[in-house]
Write a protein that binds this ligand. Structure first.
Ligand code: FAD
Length: 476
């Protein structure tokens, strides 16, 4: 058997599983259909590391969320050089009659092990969140919640997994899975057929299709759309924490979200959809998000919005599906990873490794596991003194390519060296093209640097993979 484990899907779930398995003496292959990791649901979300509240203690996702939050806070953020900001969250109410609902959320959170929660009154809110509207009466403060860049989280996990021996193949869509009679699977992807003892399905919106191909067609994934609206960075300090209303039946409601890169965000909606590829935003979605956000913070206006996107939660019932499929021995599904999947991923990874062990995969630790990943330099995150030091060491840090977001030529070069092969890959890693001008000024510079680093003709460079080429012909 050339591979011990093949993982389908390099979103946050597959990336965390790959990194977890890279601790052991195993031959692991991570297959991703897109040109780069993190181009699925894991790029289009709120970037919140949830505390674990708003999930019933009877749910798997509640426990995995609390543990995923702990693993990131206590280990992964430092080990992988991630910019995790533990800003905390508030769940606000507009009527004191709703206090028992906050008490109930607190009690459920306590049962799950969420620490430090406290009910706070209007006087506390005036002192600590002065932009909240007059309708807000009280809130539950949850200090362990925080924010992260979701795609940089995925890239860090993948980079570290690859450093520890995991093989990554992008542009490799799994189109066939055949069971081998004596055990294991043939997996067809990207024009190759691979063999593996174990198959881990972390294919997000397509996990039902992969499970079916492998012989366990036991669930259906429904996309649940969430529209998000990014505000101008000048509104960065509108809130000090992530602001939630009371949750609805299907979602955590419309939030005011701090993001780790500065721009606040409002959203997301939560509506079941039919099409797994429909990432459109709508006028109705915009209105719903504005109404929800303005109810909590009336000073937010439509003109603050600089960008928008939609993401699709892969939903199957109310909980995650994480199990070995006895109908297809050797298949472990990590499916239905709806919210809080970004938060839960490291805990899901530990659970999947344990399921694999229980079904016969020996987990023998490597003599040398490279736990640490150096933190990439981002000018927008460092103080001026550090910027000066970087420029003294390497003047290319002073050569600013993206003026909106303060990104240097060296950061773009570093991103390509770390694996970016598309313009979106550069944007997600560095923020170049993510500002008000949407790349109007910097795209050509970025293409030039990518061409130099990758050695591709400029006509082969794409926004996000084949079919999104920007330049048709190069005239000498
Ligand atoms: C609007 C919105 C907001 C959210 N906010 C939060 C939040 O704040 N906090 C939080 O914790 N969670 C949040 N979530 C949930 C979170 O984003 C998801 O739970 C998580 O990203 C799921 O990750 P995944 O790796 O399972 O799926 P994905 O990221 O979709 O990864 C699956 C990968 O599999 C690949 N793939 C699919 N089919 C194949 C195939 N046949 N062959 C090869 N590769 C394949 C895909 O291309 C994709 O890259 C939010 C979700 C949405 C939509």
């Amino acid at each position: 058997m050339p591979h011990d484990v093949i993982i389908v899907g390099a979103g946050i779930t597959g990336a965390a599983i790959a990194r977890e398995l890279s601790r052991y003496k195993l031959k692991v292959l991570l297959l991703e259909k897109e040109a780069e990791p993190a181009f699925g649901v894991s790029k289009s979300n709120s970037g919140i590391i949830h505390a674990g509240t708003q999930n019933p203690p009877s749910s798997l996702k509640g426990w995995l969320c609390v543990e995923g939050n702990r693993l990131l806070r206590e280990e992964l953020a430092a080990d992988l050089g991630l910019n995790f900001v533990q800003c905390g969250q508030l769940i606000v109410i507009f009527d004191e009659a709703d206090l028992p609902e906050l008490e109930a959320i607190k009690a459920e959170g306590t049962a799950l092990g969420v620490k430090g929660m406290a009910l706070v009154d209007r006087a506390w809110l005036d002192a600590n969140e002065p932009n909240l509207g007059p309708g807000v009466k009280a809130a539950l403060l949850v200090p362990s919640a925080g924010i992260i860049s979701p795609y940089r989280y995925v890239y860090a996990l993948v980079e570290n997994a690859v450093k520890n021996g995991v093989e990554l193949k992008t542009s490799s869509k799994v189109i066939g899975v055949n069971r081998i009679e004596k055990g294991g699977f043939y997996v067809e992807a990207g024009g190759q057929v691979y063999t593996t003892k174990f198959l881990v399905n972390a294919a997000g919106l397509h996990a039902d299709e992969i499970s079916g191909l492998a012989g366990a067609p036991s669930f259906k994934i429904t996309p649940r759309k969430g529209e998000e609206y990014l505000l101008d960075r000048k509104r960065e300090h509108i809130a000090n924490r992530i602001i939630f209303p009371l949750p609805t039946k299907t979602s955590k409601g419309i939030l005011i979200i701090k993001t780790s890169d500065g721009n606040p965000m409002i959203g997301p909606t939560a509506h079941d959809a039919d099409d797994k590829a429909d990432l459109s935003t709508t006028d109705a979605g915009l209105q719903e998000v504005l109404d929800g956000a303005r109810r909590m913070m009336p000073s937010i206006s439509k003109s603050d919005i600089i960008a928008y996107f939609a993401g699709l939660r892969p939903v199957s019932g109310k909980d995650f599906i994480i199990r070995h499929e006895d109908a297809a021995p050797g298949l472990v599904n990590a499916a239905g990873i709806q919210s809080p999947g970004l938060t839960s991923a490291p805990a899901i990874a530990v659970m999947v490794a344990d399921l694999l062990r229980k079904h016969g995969l020996p987990l023998e630790p490597k003599e040398q596991f490279h736990r640490l990943r150096p933190r990439p330099a981002h000018l927008f995150q460092v103080p001026l003194e550090e910027t000066r030091r970087l420029i003294e060491k390497n003047p290319a840090y002073g050569d600013i390519v993206c003026r909106c977001e303060l990104v240097s030529a060296q950061e773009v070069r570093d991103a390509v060296k770390r694996g970016a092969v598309t313009l979106d890959g550069v944007k997600f890693r560095t923020r170049a093209q993510a500002g008000r001008c949407h790349g109007g000024f910097c795209t050509t510079r970025i293409l030039k640097i990518m061409q130099e680093e990758l050695g591709f003709p400029v006509t082969a460079l794409t926004k996000r993979g084949p079919g999104s080429e920007l330049i048709k012909e190069e005239r000498k």
